[in-house]
Ligand binder design. Sequence first.
Ligand code: PGA
Length: 252
Amino acid sequence: MEIYVVPDAPATGVVAAGILAAVVRSKPNAILGVATGSSPIPVYEALAAHDLDMSQLRTFALDEYVGLPAGHPQSYAEVVRREVTERLGLDPARVAVPDGGAGDPHEAAVNYDSAIREAGGIDVQLLGIGHNGHIAFNEPGSELDSRTRVEVLADRTRQANARYFRSLDDVPTRCITQGLGTILEARQLLMVVRGADKAEVLAAALSGPVSPECPGSVLQLHPHVTVVADQAAATHLDAFRQVTLQVATPSA
Ligand code: PGA
């Protein structure tokens, strides 16, 4: 596992985008696994600044709410369209998000899992981590070999995501999420973490027991993991050899 520690959130974006850009340069038709939430935003911002041909890329998102109306601004289909597809100038036909509006979301989940496999598997999967240790929407208790499926969101997750909605009541209760087993099949995992409020859970994921109680702990089972953390999130990672990078980020 490689751990890069950088001064701040924009720097996490610069370093992670550099890793993604290297993948795209060596494999222009790479399959990127994209994540939503606040942590990956600086990555997409920094990646957009690279002079890259991304026309052949395919992307698969990690998860989606179940039951939001089509076009809802907080559906991950819309978030991915705004933050990834448009920002990077990707071909929308090559961008996949689980179908949270499907009549049968369980079937949609199974089909999504198959689509990833049929596409050849994800080359590099971008990840954040939730305060409860979730990755994608794999909440504590998720089986380590779980597949893409319908899940019930943890209260803590709904509370954290309420900032994107008018009220907590408007946050959906269910989602479709790639499973932990699905995520582990990506050839490389790239986790981006920022903020002191993530320091404990990041240390638990990387050095605590591998357990469904901390879904992010599955990173320990994967042979090619890169973590990019800001200094605040990295304060509990003493057990690891870390590489500290000074990264110049463009001023806002
Ligand atoms: P955040 O969310 O990047 O907005 O902190 C991460 C997550 O919940 O997976």
